[in-house]
Unconditional design. Sequence first.
Length: 340
Amino acid sequence: MHPITIDNLENENFLNLINQYDPLQLIAIVDDNTAPFLETIHQITDLNIDAIQLPAGEQFKNINSLAGIWKDLTDNHFRRDGLIINLGGGVISDIGGFAAASYKRGIDFINIPTTLLGMVDAAIGGKTGIDFFDFKNQIGVIKQPKGVFCDVNFLKTLPKEELLSGFAEVVKHGLVNDKKYFEYCTSTPIENLDWNKVVKGSIAIKSNIVKADPDEKGIRKFLNFGHTIGHAIESHYLEIGNPILHGFAVAKGMIVESKLSVEAGLLSEDEFIQIENTLTKLFPKVSVKENDIPSIIQKMKNDKKNHTDAINFTFLQSIGKAVYNQTASEESIAKALFIC
Ligand code: GLY
């Protein structure tokens, strides 16, 4: 696993790493929202680092944007010994990491996540990739960055709903691995949370899991809880031209997958009710119309997490304890999607 620094960017780890590279072989990947943060990097490093700027949004995490990055790197004669600096949220670390992993058969990159989702999930653990047609993260590789630098000061600029979207991954970490962490995070009003503590807590959970299973052969699948349903819902809304935030789709996914965990005889009804009440209070409701269910189930059938014809899930045995490689019938999935 890569080193992770949770501190402000002035931390010496960041400067030490940047100083290992030829200053002319540094390039940042940013989006319209994070381009202003280049000034922060400039002030800290005293370098004017060139940047490739993408429009902001999941709908741009695609092959066209990736080809644009490859072209800019090629036009600038960017060398194999250079460093890509991904400065942004999950879209930037996913696509920028994949561009780095594929350009000239792989060059170094670091992630500077600027969103909560990036800090607690997307930037950590080396998953990189793009969406393909309507399938989320369909094309990509696992390649570890040289380092990840999480500065919670960036969160001050984040719109409330983006913060909440990232918070779904925080809640997931508690649900799959640590009941006390789940209770701390969900019993404190979001505006009173200590973000340093939350980011540290989530990163500790995620990085322990990724260290034990970087290639997702086993326990890394715990982190997919809520995502089989969540990704399918997110892809569906993207396809119909009405994108919803990742975390809101995952929150719905966690409720539905908790219900399926009860049906599978794993989770108690009482804990399901606790989870449903908590998530319903925290996140906006995502409704699924009966007519949309076949298309959502079709997307789950194409999910890369499946390794047989059956749809693959991570379920809960209790709050804080997950179990991977579970399945459910299409009828149960349809019913749970409709009633939850
Ligand atoms: N987002 C889940 C993982 O990195 O495995």
